[in-house]
Design a protein around this ligand. Structure first.
Ligand SMILES: *[C@@H]1O[C@H](CO)[C@@H](O)[C@H](O)[C@H]1NC(C)=O
Ligand SMILES: *[C@@H]1O[C@H](CO)[C@@H](O)[C@H](O)[C@H]1NC(C)=O
Ligand SMILES: *[C@H]1O[C@H](CO)[C@@H](O)[C@H](O)[C@H]1NC(C)=O
Length: 360
């Protein structure tokens, strides 16, 4: 149930479906290098993109400029590319999906006819999405907040106009094949609906959950949420929190802040009348960010920012999470998750981005 990208923001909120998870599993002969790719197209352990909103304080942008961060960059760098072109980290990464045939020729990645695709549409109140692309060696998990993205493999890289107006974030992490078992287990809680998929039998023994999700079902849950530590190819730890729709609570306050043992400053897309206020009832607090600032001094209000992330208030806790749930009442009823990192580069980038938040 995809809808016109020209719908106003309020209307789009009411449409009870959101978009796309794409999973592409690939056979490969020889060495694989399916990875997150940086602005120059080189393999990287992880990167983060912060797509700037069109309307900022004191300026109007194009809606396609973005900030880029990885461990080599060290801090936010304004990209010289636009997110809707086939240059830049996002397109470089997804082109491994779109240009599978090219990669086949180079024997570096997927053979398109031997790949399995899983594309999902998840019914919920907001858009959220992710892409998994991997073979028996390694691959990436790109989680992001862009509605109607990414496009079908046949269509090539396209950035939707529905993703231009608001701020958006994307986190890409490169994992070895073994980590995709944990990722599959986490996705069972989230329960994305794959609308275009086939899992080759070569993967079904290792990843039966993905096969089931691909077929539109899942085994009965033994818990309503789960935490798993994932390790990137370079050994950096990313902790995945995933909840099912049966855990009816605000993921930030009711769970993640308490488990991390950290007071969190939370940026999510909150809609008037449904937002959950800053909450200091439980031992660890969650406080809503209202204004963000990115270098050199790009400031924007939270209501123009569709991204979903949180950062520990205290530098000692040094944790930051990116996810797919907003602090609004309706999303307590939804499956979703967060990926958290203790990486100091990521922490500093996000902690410094907090311009104004509401204390309790
Ligand atoms: C990218 O988006 C901008 C702003 O909406 C637009 O002017 C430009 O034509 C777009 N470029 C492509 C390649 O779609
Ligand atoms: C704070 O959050 C917890 C967990 O979601 C909830 O039970 C509690 O009612 C909230 N407190 C307030 C004042 O909203
Ligand atoms: C879905 O994926 C299959 C390959 O698994 C492909 O052949 C088909 O064209 C895709 N469908 C759409 C609508 O893109």
């Amino acid at each position: 149930m995809l809808f016109s990208t020209s719908l106003p923001r309020m209307a789009s909120q009411l449409v009870p479906c959101f978009h796309i998870t794409v999973v592409l599993l690939c056979f490969t002969v020889g060495r694989s290098d399916i990875s997150c790719r940086n602005e120059a197209g080189e393999a990287v352990d992880w990167f983060i993109i912060y797509k700037l909103p069109k309307f900022r304080i004191g300026e109007v942008g194009s809606g396609v400029e973005y900030m880029y961060l990885d461990s080599a960059a060290g801090s936010w760098k304004r990209s010289k590319f636009m997110v809707n072109t086939t240059q830049g980290a996002m397109a470089n990464t997804l082109n491994q999906l779109y240009k599978g045939k090219v990669y086949m020729v180079r024997s570096a990645g997927c053979q398109i006819h031997r790949c399995a695709f899983l594309l999902a549409q998840v019914c919920a109140f907001m858009h959220s999405a992710g892409v998994l692309l991997f073979d028996h060696s390694q691959g990436f998990w790109l989680s992001h907040t862009v509605p109607h993205f990414p496009s079908f493999p046949e269509q090539g890289y396209q950035y939707p106009s529905s993703g231009k107006h608001n701020g958006q974030t994307a986190l890409c992490v490169t994992y070895q094949y073994s980590q995709f078992l944990s990722i599959a287990q986490q996705l069972v809680y989230v329960y994305p609906r794959f609308y275009n998929c086939s899992v080759p039998t070569a993967f079904s023994a290792d990843l039966p959950q993905l096969l089931q999700l691909c077929e539109g079902s899942r085994s009965p849950l033994t818990a309503n949420k789960g935490v798993k530590a994932l390790f990137s190819v370079s050994g950096d730890k990313f902790v995945s929190f995933a909840k099912s729709e049966h855990f009816v609570d605000d993921i930030y306050t009711g769970w993640v802040a308490q488990v991390l043992g950290a007071d969190l400053l939370v940026q999510t897309w909150q809609t008037q009348g449904r937002e959950l206020p800053s909450n200091c009832s439980l031992p660890r607090h969650t406080m809503n960010i209202k204004r963000t600032v990115l270098p050199p001094s790009v400031q924007f209000e939270s209501h123009y920012d569709h991204s979903k992330w949180c950062v520990s208030q205290a530098y000692e806790d040094q944790v930051v999470c990116l996810g797919d749930l907003n602090r609004v009442k309706t999303q307590m009823l939804r499956g979703g998750g967060l990926i958290c990192s203790y990486n100091p580069v990521i922490y500093k980038a996000f902690r410094k981005a907090v311009d104004w938040y509401i204390s309790c």
